[in-house]
Write a protein that binds this ligand. Structure first.
Ligand code: GDP
Length: 470
């Protein structure tokens, strides 16, 4: 006979390590109350009220620090278990002493990454979309990311998906009744009666999917590729954008061989700017593997990466040297509606406007700009930044009022649901069993979004995103 052991009680710092005014340790599990009593030498405080506490080492009886203790008895706690929280001065020494004191107690162990949130999920306190919203809120770097994460943590998206799933489950129940009590006289009646609502559902789902990946892009940061011929000033521009030395700036052509990324906050929106290797015709390698060829090969690889990067980017900044009269056709071919054309080094030319016409009308035709700038003097930089910021906002700002899809995982599942539904309705006189099977698959796909079914394999990956103490 197996006996079920009580869940281990876990503890972990909830605040980042380092020097801080206050640090917090959380304890969750059946031994949380005993830990609180042992550490404070007093009884349990009233639930959910902060009380002054003198923390002491339970074995030696020596004082550790003065602080606050809170008690959240099960089930009204983050994890649904008994939870104790200790607030103390945030030095390494106090933290180390507190961790040592708790670690020495019977039945307590340090939490694994995401374990608190995992317990909250297991207790039904959060669905999976809310767990992901919480992870995003902890990771949020910009204002727009914070807003989106908070919205998802509030459960809005999970509820939307859940209402879809419930509609599907009702249709499924109806279909199953038809299988159990078939109406021989009226074939196809089943699908016909359910068709209007299922068609509406397909439309609603399609509307949510047709969001240009705004939510996902906001979560990840809009990707901007800086490209252009060698020496045009791409690295210098990236540095100016980042206001720090993030890329190697050098006057030798082709030194930026790899892709360098800088994360920026542009008006509350996150962007990831990548400086790519200088674009030039890929050198033809000679048969002899001399040093030049080897260097050429490295550069060719850089060019290949730059092109791949440019293709994947949401927005492109094509940097040209304003003193160049010619643009290589291969570079001109990159210009599209997502391209801002930048003419750098206008400090070197007497009359920027005159030279502009020489670059030809082709520049202005497809792309936006050209924006005349000098990274060196700073001229035109404010106008360029303003233009980039508004392009970014246009791509990330809320499209519809519906809660956005923020992860590829959600998108895949919702697309699977849509596919199964379309299949179910397209087949016309499908036997009721097959129709029901497609509905079941559609509902199951949605169940994966909120974490109701078939998510065991993704759970570990999701909770690993958290660090210890979350
Ligand atoms: P990249 O190869 O396109 O990344 O170009 P870099 O950023 O390495 O710049 C190439 C050279 O041009 C460096 O010597 C820079 O100092 C110089 N440069 C960059 N921007 C300007 C500018 O606005 N005016 C002038 N005069 N020189 C610049």
């Amino acid at each position: 006979m197996s006996i079920s052991l009580p869940r281990p009680t876990i503890f972990a710092p909830a605040t980042a390590t380092g020097r801080a005014g206050v640090a917090v340790i959380r304890v969750s599990g059946p031994a949380a109350g005993a830990a609180l009593r042992a550490l404070t030498g007093t009884g349990l405080p009233p639930p959910r009220k902060a009380v002054r506490a003198r923390f002491r080492d339970p074995d030696a009886g020596t004082a550790i620090d003065d602080g606050l203790a809170l008690w959240f008895p099960s089930p009204a706690s983050f994890t649904g278990e008994d939870v104790a929280e200790f607030h103390f001065h945030g030095s390494r020494a106090v933290l180390t002493a507190m961790v040592a004191a708790l670690g020495g107690m019977e039945g307590l162990r340090l939490a694994e990454p995401g374990e608190f949130t995992r317990r909250a999920f297991d207790a039904g306190k959060l669905d999976l979309t809310e767990v992901e919203g919480l992870a995003d809120l902890i990771e949020a770097e910009t204002e727009a990311q914070r807003r989106q994460a908070l919205r998802q943590l509030s459960g809005e998206f999970g509820r939307l998906v859940e209402t879809w799933r419930i509609r599907l489950l009702k249709a499924l129940a109806y279909a199953e009744a038809e299988i159990d009590f078939p109406d021989e006289d009226l074939p196809g009646r089943l699908v016909d009666s359910l068709r209007p609502d299922l068609e509406r559902l397909i439309e609603e789902i399609g509307h949510t999917l047709a969001d240009e990946r705004r939510g996902e892009r906001l979560r990840e940061g809009l990707s901007i590729a800086i490209l252009g011929p060698p020496n045009a000033g791409k690295s210098s521009l990236l540095n100016a954008l980042a206001r720090r030395e993030a890329a190697i700036v050098s006057a030798i052509a082709g030194t930026t061989r790899d892709v360098i990324e800088v994360h920026l906050d542009l008006g509350g929106y996150p962007v990831v700017v990548a400086d790519t290797a200088g674009l030039r015709e890929i050198p033809v390698l000679s048969a002899t593997a001399d040093l030049a060829a080897a260097q050429g090969q490295i550069e060719a690889e850089g060019v290949r990466r730059a092109l791949a990067r440019a293709e994947a980017a949401d927005l492109k900044l094509l940097v040209l040297d304003a003193t160049d009269r010619e643009i290589e056709p291969a570079i001109a071919a990159l210009i599209d509606a997502d391209t801002l054309v930048v003419r750098n080094k206008i400090d070197l030319i007497a009359d920027p406007k005159n030279r502009l016409s020489e670059h030809g009308a082709a520049l202005a035709q497809d792309g936006k700009g050209p924006y005349p700038i000098s990274v060196r003097s700073g001229a035109g930089m404010a106008a360029l930044l303003g233009a980039v910021a508004s392009e970014v906002a246009a791509r990330l700002a809320g499209g519809s009022t519906a809660p956005p899809i923020t992860r590829a995982r959600h998108r895949r599942a919702i697309e699977d649901c849509q596919g199964a539904l379309i299949r179910a309705l397209a087949a016309g006189d499908l036997p009721a069993e097959l129709f029901a099977e497609d509905l079941r698959l559609a509902a199951r796909a949605l169940g994966q979004v909120v974490g109701r079914v078939g998510v065991e394999d993704v759970l570990d990956a999701i909770f690993r995103e958290f660090c210890i103490g979350k």
